[in-house]
Design a protein around this ligand. Structure first.
Ligand SMILES: *Cc1c(COP(=O)(O)O)cnc(C)c1O
Length: 404
């Protein structure tokens, strides 16, 4: 055994065969279809006409998905989803603008942190982990602060799984004459989102969420008028949405090296999305996954963080059992051993874990993870999966506050 044996171990040496790797019950990267993976076997010239046609087709399909017509355009952006969120915040909020950020979890917090880096002024409405911003609160903040130009909202807050009331918030923002920026990263493609109902200034999502592509780029759907007006706002060349848009319009190319394999796989994923019934089809499959998961978990004695009315078909957060035999790392490892990868919690106050419903998963896979979870609990000697009473008490209190 040498000192640096870690450096000489090949992490790829003992993998399971392709197609037998664990299912990812995570909010992305997620389990993709073989057809999507196989689309990555070709190499492409990023300047070549064939690749330019792929980019153009993707953009057209995404604009259609939000019913953007001639008024909206799509700008893909290299990097993970956060790169596109940062690009959008920097490009669409002018340097003398001011944002209201509606926060109820990690992604709202990240938006605020991004604005700090960018030096944009903002106010925040922070609702903690459990609750959405209420339209009346938003109206009041906008009434009291005429300087606010933009409202930033996370559609599905992936840290808790909460599905925020986007329509009602959008109605308030429009009535007050402000602009709406939506992080619909983990909802777009599975939850209906049309500019006919929600005339956002811009919306951000990425390749590796509900469209079920692989990671590597995000995309911004925005009003053409907003894209024109964004000129000169960005602090960053690489993340300048206006510049990426203008160059793409002119040449059909991405300004800098695109993740070619990812882009082509994404088109293949979009075709499958369409064949499976588009957004309603995807919603139906994820929603069924969620129902199978939640009813099975409740049978095992687990409790959801959220009350039923805020649960999304994207991901569900469960409280960790209070049983002292419960250990998250063992739980995780035992479930992985049985073929499924779940996700740790991302809450500030109580211990939790998350199980995703998105990706190439169906009800059988959800029953599979339920049986893996049951097996893991038996192995640990956890006989009671209920959370600490304090967690339930807090949930109840929060919801009473919301009802007032
Ligand atoms: C996934 C996600 C992001 C982006 O995260 P990355 O890790 O940068 O891809 C942003 N917002 C929400 C709501 C998300 O679910």
């Amino acid at each position: 055994m040498t000192q640096n044996n870690q450096a000489t171990t090949n992490p790829l040496a003992n993998l399971k065969p392709i197609g037998e790797e664990p299912f990812l019950l995570t909010p992305g990267p997620l389990t993709t279809s073989m057809r999507t993976k196989e689309a990555m076997l070709r190499d492409w010239g990023s300047w070549d006409g064939d690749f330019k046609a792929v980019t153009a087709d993707i953009c057209r399909r995404l604009v259609d998905m939000c019913e953007g017509g001639d008024e909206y355009d799509c700008v893909p952006m290299q990097g993970s989803g956060s790169f596109s969120v940062e690009a959008a915040l920097a490009s669409f909020i002018p340097r003398d603008g001011k944002a209201l950020v509606l926060m109820n979890g990690a992604y709202g917090q990240r938006a605020v942190k991004t604005l700090d880096y960018l030096g944009r002024s903002y106010v925040k409405l922070d609702k903690g982990d459990y609750l959405p911003a209420m339209p009346s609160e938003v109206a009041q903040i906008l009434d009291n602060d005429a300087d606010i130009t933009h409202v930033v909202i996370v559609h599905c807050e992936t840290s808790s799984g909460i599905l925020n009331p986007l329509q009602a918030i959008s109605d308030v923002v429009m009535a007050k004459g402000r602009k709406l920026i939506v992080d619909s990263m983990s909802a777009f493609g599975a939850v209906h989102l049309s500019v006919k109902d929600i005339p956002f200034e811009c919306m951000v999502s990425s390749a590796n969420k509900c469209i079920e592509g692989v990671p590597g780029f995000g995309f911004i759907l925005a009003k053409k008028s907003a894209l024109e007006a964004a000129k000169g706002n960005s602090h960053s060349l690489c993340l300048d949405v206006h510049d990426q848009w203008a160059a793409m319009k002119k040449t059909g190319q991405w300004r800098f090296t695109p993740p070619t394999h990812t882009v082509v796989a994404f088109l293949e994923a979009l075709l499958q999305h369409e064949e499976a019934g588009g957004v309603p089809g995807r919603f139906a499959r994820y929603d069924n996954n969620r129902q199978v998961l939640i009813s099975g978990m409740r049978e095992l004695g687990f409790e959801t963080l959220l009350e039923d009315r805020w649960l999304s078909p994207i991901i569900t957060t469960f409280f960790c059992p209070a049983d002292t035999n419960f250990d998250f790392q063992t739980f995780y490892d035992e479930i992985k051993e049985r073929g499924y990868i779940i996700y740790p919690g991302k809450l500030t106050v109580v211990d939790s874990f998350r199980v995703g419903c998105i990706g190439q998963l169906d009800a059988d896979n959800m029953r599979g993870v339920l049986s893996a979870i049951k097996g893991a609990c038996e192995k640990m000697g956890v006989s009671d999966c209920s959370p600490p009473p304090a967690a339930l008490e807090q949930r109840k209190l929060q919801n009473q506050l919301a009802a007032e």
